[in-house]
Design a protein. Structure first.
Ligand SMILES: [Zn+2]
Length: 228
């Protein structure tokens, strides 16, 4: 608690005064450009990674960067996605996994889930990824198995995301872009899933070509690309 209070004191004394106008402007509403879905892991800090200011990223975090498929059962993740897309009109959705993910390690070794039944139940939403990753035949305790599952989990959560009606409609109209990323904690790199290539490629901000997980829009009159 002491570190929290010290941090807040620093915010009040140094950060807020320098950006007071921005905070006053934001007090009356938000217009984030991106819904950023990532793991709850404390080492993943989206605002730091993208030098983002308050109001830019609508961040949704949970164990394993999971998106439950659309169903009769409504949970907080589905509701947040619906709100971000239908009400805030975000133009991008990123699903971002990361290296050394404890959730992915637990999926590979279910004995880790013995004392946390709610987590075990939540991670049922990674079953598709687990089944697909098993086809790669990596030894269960190998680094390759972990990175493979981490990648397949992002791909399968992107599949789940497209089952959300508001997401499907905006994709068909070409007004929403999807991205599936893996953040490398040790090296500060990002791998991005590219639908055309069918694999993850380095995200290189300066080369002008961003790997993209967005399906082609198909509604009459759809624009070829959503606004960036
Ligand atoms: Zn994680």
């Amino acid at each position: 608690m002491e570190s929290l209070l010290k941090g807040f004191a620093n915010f009040r004394q140094n950060v807020y005064p320098q950006q007071k106008e921005m905070f006053l402007r934001l007090a009356s509403g938000q217009s984030p450009h991106t819904l950023f879905i990532t793991c709850a892991d404390s080492r993943v800090m989206p605002e730091m990674m993208f030098s983002a200011q308050p109001g830019e990223l609508f961040v949704l975090r949970n164990i394993g960067n999971v998106v439950p498929p659309y169903s009769q059962h409504v949970g907080g993740v589905v509701a947040a996605i619906e709100y971000a897309v239908a009400e805030l009109n975000v133009r991008n959705i990123v699903i971002c996994g990361h290296t050394d993910c404890g959730a992915m390690k637990a999926v590979l070794d279910p004995s880790k889930l013995a004392g946390v039944p709610s987590v075990a139940s939540w991670l049922k939403h990674t079953d598709t990824a687990r089944h697909v990753a098993a086809h790669h035949d990596h030894p269960v305790d190998s680094p390759e198995a972990l990175s493979c599952l981490t990648e397949e989990n992002v791909v399968s959560q992107l599949d789940h995301l497209r089952t959300q009606p508001v997401v499907a409609a905006r994709l068909a109209a070409g007004t929403l872009r999807l991205h599936g990323w893996i953040y490398d904690i040790a090296h500060g790199d990002i791998l991005a899933f590219d639908t055309q290539a069918g694999k993850f490629l380095p995200l290189l901000p300066d080369n002008g070509q961003t790997p993209c997980a967005t399906p082609r829009p198909r509604l009459l009159g759809a624009v070829s690309e959503a606004a960036a």
